[in-house]
Design a protein around this ligand. Structure first.
Ligand SMILES: *Cc1c(COP(=O)(O)O)cnc(C)c1O
Length: 563
């Protein structure tokens, strides 16, 4: 039996995600949600879990970021070559979209674990001769196009993905909806659960929704209301036809517009947020639903720099499979920790020099800030008082490296990138600063290992979890972050990193950040190296054993999948 036949026979859990970060060359992700899905798949392979992953092929990728000289982000397609990384499967299914049959064919990608197990990922493709030209483009651009395009993509993902799994012979017991994009997968399940005449109880629904709920697990990833996909029912009627009657959809997905989050909440028997605070926020947003909390984690083998991986391997050969062992990382000797860190930093500095021509120094603290450029992440907070920043840099020189993509429709995100470039020009010769274009998982890995300080300044409570800070901590890079998302659970101020507190919420006031930098973080770097290294070891030994994807998946298995 080959790998795929064995997977078909074994898999009982199907994980549906609009995006997944498999490797840098495969452009099927935009940011944190996709990286989490990728880390989930890598962990599923490590743990040999009976899982299959379903996503879109996104052959034109998300956004290839190029920055013009005035700091404007040009949004180019970011194509990749499926044939180099995946294998087309012969099976095809058709879904009805806007009155036409749209054929879908999956590509098979193998996520391999170093221990030898592998997990299948199905990448759905509509670029087939059988389809009309417009339909061939449905699986082209991740998060591209208008509402109509997005709805078609979500039909392909949810309904098409269900049909493909059946056509391939999978017998799935649990469906995991990674964010609301996948919520339409509930509709084929709902149709299966149609009650026969006579079974109908007092409920106006003609379906056994309990049967669907027993099979679905929903993870919500954002408390930002604008982040929920909503579709006008006119559009739904034109696109989805009467796959399920409108009256039923309205009862399950909201009366005014089809709200994918609402649909997922109503048809999932287990719902969770991605950190304790996020689950609390979600309970307030969705009263009446039981919402659990499983804090995200990162795949330690993927995100630990080679220099630290070698150190761990010399002490605990099985460390990547048993990240709990990293609780003992505080026993590492200071010199090897510092040497490992400086080698990761030297690599990043060399990369920055090659990419930008800017030569940073390895004896000055390097602050990193890289994330999706969007308003609630407040990318400009560190520049809210330039004079203050200059004063701090005069007392304790530091360097700053920035990166991040803006969604093509996010004007605020594009403006933040342009503002970064204005600040870099204005502070030329005063503060060493550089913006690296093309933030992806490869650049992310270099940044979270090679900086000294990892900055995060979201507006609470809008950062559901955040994961880049976990990656930083794995590498002894110290988080300086607003208390929100996972950091509320991971921060011991002055031990595992630092909190930024006290900024009046809703303001762009950076004074708390400046105070912490000026009074605590930068002086420590210059004056007490041994305390700094002690903190690095505290960060690794307290954060890595907990905020890893093995712990996260063990919790999904025991709390969500096994119910
Ligand atoms: C880890 C990662 C993210 C998520 O980081 P946040 O802390 O949630 O902002 C986003 N993009 C890439 C490329 C990553 O590697």
């Amino acid at each position: 039996m080959n790998f795929f036949e064995r997977s078909v026979r074994r898999a009982r859990i199907a994980y549906f995600s609009m995006e997944i970060a498999l490797r840098p060359e495969v452009h099927t992700y935009s940011g944190g949600l996709g990286v989490l899905a990728g880390d989930t798949a890598r962990t599923a392979a490590d743990l040999d879990l009976p899982m299959v992953f379903v996503t879109l092929l996104s052959k034109q990728g998300y956004v290839h970021q190029e920055i013009s000289s005035d700091g404007a982000q040009a949004n180019r397609p970011d194509p990749w070559s499926p044939a180099d990384w995946a294998e087309p499967l012969p099976n095809m299914v058709a879904v009805r979209i806007a009155g036409r049959d749209v054929w879908i064919r999956p590509w098979l990608y193998r996520v391999e674990c170093p221990l030898g197990h592998a997990i299948p990922v199905l990448l759905l493709d509509t670029d087939l001769q059988e389809n009309e030209p417009a339909d061939r483009r449905i699986t082209d651009v991740l998060y591209g196009g208008d509402d109509a395009y997005r709805l078609k993509q979500e039909i392909v993902l949810g309904i098409g993905g269900q049909l493909i799994l059946r056509a391939l012979g999978f017998e799935i017991e649990k469906f995991h909806l990674n964010e609301g994009h996948a919520a339409l997968l509930t509709l084929p399940l709902l149709r299966e659960a149609a009650l026969r005449d006579g079974d109908q109880s007092s409920s106006s629904l003609r379906y056994d929704t309990g049967a669907v709920r027993r099979r679905c697990v929903f993870t919500t990833h954002t408390p930002v209301d604008a982040g929920f996909d909503r579709f006008d029912y006119d559009l739904v009627r034109d696109t989805l036809g009467d796959y399920v009657e409108l009256e039923t959809l309205k009862a399950l997905a909201g009366p005014a517009r089809l709200n994918m989050t609402q649909l997922a909440l109503n048809l999932s028997g287990y719902v969770n947020g991605v950190a304790r605070r996020h689950a609390e926020t979600a309970r307030k947003m969705f009263p009446g639903y039981e919402i659990s909390s499983i804090t995200n984690g990162v795949h330690v083998h993927t995100w630990t720099h080679r220099a630290f991986a070698d150190l761990h391997a010399s002490r605990y050969p099985n460390w990547a499979h048993e990240p709990e062992m990293l609780a003992f990382a505080d026993q590492m000797d200071d010199a090897s920790v510092w040497t490992a860190h400086q080698s990761a930093k030297a690599e990043l500095i060399a990369h920055i020099a090659a990419a930008s021509g800017t030569h940073l120094r390895d004896d000055r603290p390097l602050i990193g800030y890289a994330r999706r450029m969007t308003a609630y992440k407040r990318p400009e907070l560190i520049f809210s008082d330039i004079e203050r920043l200059i004063t701090i840099a005069g007392e304790h020189p530091f360097q700053l490296v920035l990166a991040g993509l803006a969604h093509p429709d996010d004007k605020g995100g594009a403006e933040a990138i342009a503002a970064f470039h204005r600040h870099i020009r204005r502070l030329d010769g005063i503060i060493e600063m550089v913006f690296l274009p093309g933030y992806d998982m490869q650049l992310s890995a270099a940044l979270v290992a090679g900086c000294d300080i990892w900055l995060n300044t979201p507006l609470p409570p809008l950062e559901a979890s955040g994961t880049s800070g976990m990656k930083a901590a794995l590498n002894g890079v110290l988080n300086l972050s607003v208390l929100d998302g996972w950091w509320l659970e991971g921060c011991v101020d002055g031990v595992t990193g630092w909190s930024i507190e006290g900024s009046p919420p809703g303001t762009g006031d950076g004074s708390a950040l400046y105070a912490k930098l000026e009074d605590v973080v930068l002086p420590l770097y210059y004056r007490d190296r041994s305390r700094w290294v002690w903190m690095m070891k505290q960060a690794i030994s307290k954060i890595a054993p907990l905020f890893n994807s093995h712990r996260m998946m063990s919790r999904y298995v025991t709390e969500a999948y096994a119910r």
